[in-house]
Design a protein around this ligand. Structure first.
Ligand code: SF4
Ligand SMILES: [Zn+2]
Length: 503
């Protein structure tokens, strides 16, 4: 009886968090289930039980499609040292037999270890999981995780990515190139490929390699935009490296996701806030997406020694929530806050950020203060109820990394976002760095509730119109291998590693 009561309470808590946060993907709901079950020390509660109580669709067993539009498949690389040494807060690494930066207990790290870091088997297992959840991962976003991927041997990088494509194709190919060609028409297409790396690991040669791998987005471990703070944490790179990498990547059409930290040694909440303000207002930075990571105190790290010696003090939970709420308030509308707090199991965290669902606490704080976050994620249709009949195209222009960017969005009168295109004006052509349509993931060839309703086409036409007006002769797109076919239908053709069209 007592146990039942605990389970009931835990179920109510899960439902409360899932509805408060507008969670609509099974993955995110699963993370909340995991967190709450741990807090209540009970086994994971069944989705069917939660569905019976809440009638929330995210717990439904009926075949559903991914509401975020793409199915994320994270693949973990094998443990390897970072080229510069080790940052003071970094958990894991070769000496712990875990991928650098992971404790080994994160879901992706556990899966990696289980499959001996074999990319083919990791991807196959994720595809299988999606089918078990009643989803068809027809549009897969591959995310390659663990340490500094671009510093691994080139053969390792190529084979790793080829294995990912082979798994999506359900067939082994002879080379990376042939695996990519096969994927253009495969059932599970790679619509985007993300690689994590450091700002000092980006140069022209690495950029060409990234394009050859089929990468479309780079996650840069920026952490801070102050040299002194970077040095305190033994980051081994400078602000100049960040500025240079950002510019090189944007000029090659990549989407950029900055990892940014708060509470690094030598910083304080005021400095952190100013640092974020600089990231969003200084033209040298202006990333497309951010992950906000409060510094976590984990046993076995050098940071723990600093903490023991009184040289570093963690912010309280209240301070962290207040700071991140203030940061979210100044996020430009073309930036997406991808994540708040790392996915490190709470039992590994020493300070009072454990057992907390930070994103939810920040949302509650903002609601209380009547503040709004205008980032892409907070405005997405699927998370918000939008009025499609009131949707229209709006264009925003801004300067970044010695160039001009355009953010074209398709949104309704309440700014609920149905789709957007991210453009960069180059000397002779217009780059489309990102095209995204929100809503249910449509199986390729079928019509989804929002996707495939011609929004993508509308945004592309607007981009072409703009390019023409600016006197440019060509449009170039950085396209996931599995999206090339979509662009062909719009009159684009292969142009080195891109797709392009003369206008
Ligand atoms: S760069 Fe990242 S993975 Fe490498 S040591 Fe630093 S925190 Fe760890
Ligand atoms: Zn937001």
């Amino acid at each position: 009886m007592a146990n039942n009561k605990v389970s009931e309470k835990a179920a109510d808590e899960i439902i409360r968090r899932v509805s408060n946060e507008n969670i609509n993907t099974k993955n995110e709901a699963y993370n909340i289930k995991r967190l709450v079950s741990k807090e209540f020390s009970i086994p994971l509660i069944n989705d069917s039980e939660l569905y019976r109580k809440s009638k929330l669709r995210v717990f439904s067993r009926k075949p559903s499609r991914s509401l975020s539009g793409v199915s994320v498949i994270a693949v973990m690389t094998s443990p390897a040292k970072c080229p510069h040494g080790k940052c003071v807060f970094c958990p894991g690494g070769v000496e712990f037999m875990t991928p650098q930066s992971y404790t080994g207990e994160e879901p992706a790290a556990l899966r990696g270890r289980m499959f001996k870091y074999d990319a083919f088997r990791q991807v196959r297992s994720r595809i299988k999981q999606y089918y078990i959840l009643g989803q068809t991962p027809s549009k897969a976003e591959l995310i390659i995780m663990g340490g500094t991927f671009t510093n691994r041997a080139w053969n390792y990088q190529k084979n790793f990515v080829k294995d990912c494509f082979d798994a999506l194709n359900g067939k082994r190919s002879r080379s990376l190139k042939s695996a990519q060609l096969l994927n253009e028409h495969a059932k599970h297409r790679c619509v985007g490929l993300t690689v994590e790396t450091r700002p000092d690991e980006i140069n022209d040669k690495i950029i060409t390699r990234l394009l050859e791998l089929g990468a479309t987005r780079v996650e840069l471990g920026v952490q801070s935009v102050h040299d002194k703070i970077l040095k305190n944490s033994k980051r081994g790179h400078t602000v100049r490296d960040i500025v240079k990498a950002t510019k090189l990547l944007k000029n090659a059409g990549f989407k950029i996701n900055y990892h940014l930290m708060t509470n690094m040694p030598g910083s304080n909440a005021k400095k952190d806030f100013e640092s974020f303000r600089k990231v969003f207002s200084n033209e040298n930075f202006k990333p497309d997406m951010v992950k906000i990571y409060p510094t976590l105190l984990i046993k076995g790290t050098e940071l723990h020694n600093l903490y023991d010696n009184g040289e570093w003090v963690p912010y309280s939970l209240k301070e962290t929530v207040g700071l991140i709420s203030r940061i979210k308030r100044i996020i430009p509308k073309y930036v997406r806050v991808m994540r708040i707090q790392r996915d490190i199991p709470s039992f590994k965290i020493v300070q009072d950020l454990k057992n907390s669902n930070l994103r939810q606490l920040v949302n509650e704080e903002m609601k209380h203060k009547d503040w709004k976050c205008s980032c892409i994620r907070c405005r997405e249709a699927g998370r918000n109820k939008g009025d499609f009949s009131k949707a229209a195209i709006k264009t925003m222009k801004y300067n970044a990394s010695n160039g001009v960017e355009y953010f074209i969005e398709y949104s309704d009168n309440n700014n609920v976002l149905f789709g957007f295109a991210r453009l960069r004006m180059m000397k002779n052509f217009m780059f489309i760095r990102e095209l995204h349509v929100y809503g249910e993931q449509a199986i390729i060839g079928e019509e989804g509730s929002i996707q495939h309703r011609g929004i993508g086409k509308k945004l592309m036409l607007k981009a072409e119109e703009l390019a023409e007006k600016l006197g440019l002769k060509k449009i170039k797109v950085i396209s996931g291998v599995g999206v090339r076919e979509y662009y062909r239908k719009l009159g684009y053709s292969r142009d080195w590693f891109y797709m392009s069209k003369n206008i």
